[in-house]
Design a protein. Structure first.
Lengths: 393, 282
């Protein structure tokens, strides 16, 4: 495995200063997928580059968001994975045999989850084994190989990161297939949670992309990585595993674009003002008002892009940003689509006034005409409610 | 103080026997003497047992085959406290020795509970492993240590799988086929053990049967038919194990040879520890 460039020490120092005592998190697929949803926000980009765990920075304040999986979901996940692995991976062998038209009864299964230390050293060794085993596809292994807990290595924004895939089945019809285990059930052939399905397929697509990079490094044709991935989920209400194969070619292309758009750590560090730090924001010894004020100053300095749909599901700062916008009655509160239709208007209060026919300044003029028209239409459609509902805030 | 007069009381019991019974006993005694004089030792022994039964009024055995142990056990008062239960270490080592292959802690404790009637909590095994390592470091004289299995690439310890230090290195290594092969070998062995115990100790066999059934659940054909057929379980496990062992055994030989060439004795038992790579070095 080639050695990757060490990050510039000056950039690393600058980002450590930005992070301050904020909790750190390493890049992983979930984190990457979450960032993908908010990558246009400068504050989120700096937090991502500085490896700040946005879900925990505001811990102890009223703006801390309830992220994290339910313990019941985690328990179910652990039980499902244990079921697949027990008795020498008997269930995994069975479900792969049934779903991939290849006999896995005597497949070589490398269990990379056990024996390796749960730290960076362990991840690095596992990444080495993964790359070695993946390269064997070129020799055409006589029997399929399964890597349980394969680790892929990649540079994300100039920083090295490891990604852990659930399974990688090598040598299935000359191809490598990525597998992901999920413990949410598929009832009568339909997933119970469409969002979770999308996230799982995105995750698997990321592994395909990183797997192709790994194969290229090993001098093997990256086309060996199949465009289709498998999800292993419980069937109906029990835990009996079943396999679903899905093509994720379009997701792979989208994630490729996203990865190329991840801000470079060194550029981000160079562009971040020296006064920006999340140190006080994460300091739990300070009063909540002081911490939120510090957060406001950081985001005012860096800039923020608030999109309710994506921020609320992906960023731990969303409630704090929303609160900030609410205090300012900022049009961004209702989302970027609406905010972009209201150029030059400072607040939602002013939007309501323009809708009632207030005289517009030259900067407000482009948005004032459609607002006034919308206000008249509203009054015509709901005349009885017009006076009582349309109050100036 | 020693009591006197016990022999007289026994004599009184004997004197209460009927005269015909006495005659029969005397007749038996004479036949014993005759048999001894004739050099027929077996006949003399048989007649002696008959005489013993006659004197104690015990019923004659149904057949002359091997003695059965169906009689109710006698209650014997004991002055001493019962012997302390075996230590968790002894129980685990005993169970592993009977299973014979690298085994998950849960299976070891389930088997030990069924076999020896002594529960060892799986969560205590981490402390047990640390104790074993400390004992080894102090060169304590133990014939065998409970050691972790080793993965076969870098020979790092797989702490979830237990083995014994006196097993050959090949048996303590875990490769791409080994977990399944070991599971099948363990299931076959426990099925044989269950068959043997069911003829000797039904209580233990009843406890062990669910353990074997649970292990056999993932083996195709092992649990077909009514009830738990140990021969069927063993046959199904061996049938799957055959082709798997053809792949697993050469891998074990190669990995063990590599380990012997690279590692000192200590690491062959306890595994290697690879130093922490600095952050950012990847």
């Amino acid at each position: 495995m080639p050695r990757h460039q060490q990050p510039d020490p000056a950039a690393a120092t600058a980002l450590a200063r930005v992070r301050g005592q904020a909790p750190e998190i390493r890049a992983n697929v979930r984190r990457l997928a979450a960032f993908a949803n908010v990558h246009s926000c400068p504050t989120a980009a700096v937090a991502f580059a500085a490896r700040i765990d946005t879900n925990r920075v505001l811990a102890g304040t009223s703006m801390e968001m309830p992220f994290g999986q339910s313990p019941f979901a985690i328990g179910r996940g652990v039980a499902f994975e244990a079921l697949l692995r027990r008795h020498g991976h008997a269930e995994l062998r069975r479900v792969l045999t049934a779903g991939l038209d290849t006999d896995f009864t005597f497949a070589a299964i490398e269990n990379l989850r056990e024996g390796y230390q749960p730290n960076r050293t362990g991840l690095r060794l596992r990444a080495n084994v993964t790359q070695t085993r993946m390269a064997e596809i070129a020799d055409g292994p006589p029997e399929p190989v399964v890597l349980d807990g394969a680790v892929l290595h990649a540079d994300i924004g100039g920083l090295p990161a490891f990604f852990e895939a659930d399974e990688m089945a090598i040598g299935v019809g000359g191809q490598i297939i990525v597998g992901e285990n999920k413990s949410w059930p598929v009832v009568d052939g339909k997933p119970t949670d469409e969002d979770a399905l999308g996230a799982a397929l995105d995750q698997a697509a990321t592994y395909v992309l990183l797997g192709r990079q790994t194969l290229e490094q090993a001098g093997v044709d990256p086309a060996c990585m199949s465009d289709s991935v498998v999800l292993v989920t419980p069937r109906n209400t029990g835990l009996a595993p079943s396999l679903h194969r899905q093509d994720v070619a379009s997701r792979i292309r989208r994630i490729e674009r996203l990865l190329s758009a991840v801000p470079d750590v060194q550029e981000t560090a160079a562009a971040t003002p020296a006064s920006v730090t999340f140190d006080a924001v994460a300091d739990q010894t300070l009063a909540e008002t002081v911490r939120l004020e510090a957060f406001g100053q950081v985001t005012d300095l860096l800039g923020r892009v608030y999109e309710p749909a994506s921020c609320l599901t992906s960023c731990g700062f969303a409630w704090a940003c929303r609160q900030r916008l609410f205090a300012d009655a900022d049009p961004g509160l209702v989302g970027g689509l609406v905010a972009r239709a209201l150029p030059g208007i400072a607040s939602l209060g002013r939007v309501a006034e323009l809708g009632q026919g207030a005289p517009a300044s030259p900067t407000e003029a482009p948005a004032a005409v459609p607002l006034a028209r919308a206000g008249r239409l509203y009054d015509e459609v709901v005349p009885a409610l017009g006076d009582s509902r349309r109050r100036t805030p | 103080m020693k009591k006197h007069g016990q022999a007289w009381s026994k004599l009184a019991t004997v004197s209460s026997m009927s005269s015909s019974h006495d005659d029969a006993c005397m007749s038996l005694a004479r036949r014993i003497v005759d048999a001894l004089e004739a050099g027929d030792r077996d006949e003399a022994l048989r007649l002696t047992r008959e005489l013993e039964r006659a004197l104690t009024n015990a019923p004659a055995p149904a057949t002359d085959t091997a003695p059965s142990f169906t009689a109710q056990p006698a209650v014997v008062p004991m002055k001493h406290a019962p012997a302390p239960a075996r230590s968790a270490r002894q129980v685990v080592a005993g169970a592993l020795a009977e299973i014979g292959v690298a085994t998950r802690a849960r299976v070891v404790t389930d088997y030990a509970e069924a076999r020896f009637g002594q529960r060892v909590e799986p969560r205590t095994l981490a402390a047990l492993r640390r104790d074993e390592r400390r004992a080894w470091d102090k060169s304590s004289a133990r014939p065998t240590y409970i050691v972790p299995a080793l993965e076969g690439r870098y020979f790092q310890p797989v702490r979830g799988l237990l083995t014994l230090s006196d097993w050959a290195l090949e048996r303590r290594l875990i490769g791409p086929w080994s977990e399944r092969a070991d599971h099948l070998a363990a299931t076959a062995q426990l099925a044989r053990q269950l068959a043997w115990l069911s003829e000797r100790d039904t209580a233990v066999a009843e406890r062990l049967a669910p353990v074997v059934a649970g292990m056999a659940a993932s083996i195709p054909g092992a649990l077909d038919g009514p009830g738990l057929d140990t021969a069927r379980v063993e046959g199904a496990a061996q049938a799957e194990l055959g082709p798997l062992a053809e792949r697993d055994e050469p891998w074990r030989q190669e990995a063990a040879a590599r380990a012997r060439g690279q590692l000192p004795r200590e690491q062959q038992l306890w595994g290697t520890t690879i130093g922490v790579v600095a952050e950012g070095d990847a």
